[in-house]
Design a protein around this ligand. Structure first.
Ligand SMILES: C[S@@+](CC[C@H](N)C(=O)[O-])C[C@H]1O[C@@H](n2cnc3c(N)ncnc32)[C@H](O)[C@@H]1O
Length: 215
């Protein structure tokens, strides 16, 4: 079960640190230096820990790469409606709005992520980001661009995400994935549009991370 939907913003702010992801100094994010300690605090302080770690408390390499790409290539999203799939902290959603997207729908299955997205959007002075839960079982929302940072982190998630993204693509959306070389993401059919070396949450070495576009 994910954590309770009413995780207060005050808890999130109290247990995270406001900083800029290394590759995206334009954006401030509430992140946890120790995600496991945060997860434990969620349990002991009655927020509800759920069975997944607080992914929303980190700027994942794929998300950093995608955010960097959007800020450097704003025409990708400027004047367009964007879906940020697996939004986590909302980093990519915030970057999309800063790059000129008319609206962003930020989807995440974890209700705690919804609080994080709202808090992080606000701290960056960004409006126009709506949050929504799991959309993978339905038709893709009516958007022009779908961005997905680091969503191929396990087999099950990848097997749900990729068909959804290809459906969005066949319906005319531009689809971009940020991925640090995870084994579940097949490269075939995808075009690399940018590559970055990104500092990861708990890795000593930067990770070579690619922004892929469906052709
Ligand atoms: C590795 S994190 C990446 C977060 C963010 N995109 C980034 O790059 O920093 C993956 C995110 O996908 C979310 N997620 C998992 N299953 C999902 C689903 N079915 N729909 C939407 N989000 C999902 C998780 O809760 C998590 O926040």
């Amino acid at each position: 079960m994910p954590c309770l939907p009413d995780v207060p913003a005050s808890f999130l702010v109290a247990h995270t640190r406001l900083t800029c992801p290394p590759l995206v100094p334009e954006v401030q994010l509430h992140v946890a230096d120790d995600v496991v300690a945060l997860w434990e605090a969620m349990e002991t302080e009655g927020v509800g820990a759920g069975d997944a770690p607080p992914f929303w408390a980190a700027a994942w390499p794929g998300g950093q790469a995608l955010a960097r790409y959007l800020l450097d290539s704003p025409a990708t999203v400027a004047g367009r409606r964007v879906l940020d799939l697996g939004s986590g902290s909302g980093l990519v959603a915030v970057a999309a709005r800063l790059a000129g997207a008319t609206s962003v729908l930020a989807s995440d299955v974890d209700p705690c992520s919804h609080t994080a997205i709202r808090v992080n959007a606000e701290v960056n002075g960004v409006s126009g980001v709506a949050v929504v839960g799991d959309v993978l079982d339905g038709d893709p929302p009516d958007v022009d661009v779908v961005v997905a940072g680091d969503v191929c982190y396990d087999r099950d998630m990848t097997s749900r995400v990729l068909p959804f993204l290809w459906t969005a693509w066949t319906r005319g959306a531009t689809v971009l994935l940020g991925d640090p070389g995870r084994k579940y993401l097949p490269g075939e059919g995808l075009v690399a549009v940018a590559t970055y070396d990104v500092s990861d949450v708990d890795e000593a070495q930067p990770r070579r991370t690619t922004v892929w576009r469906m052709p």
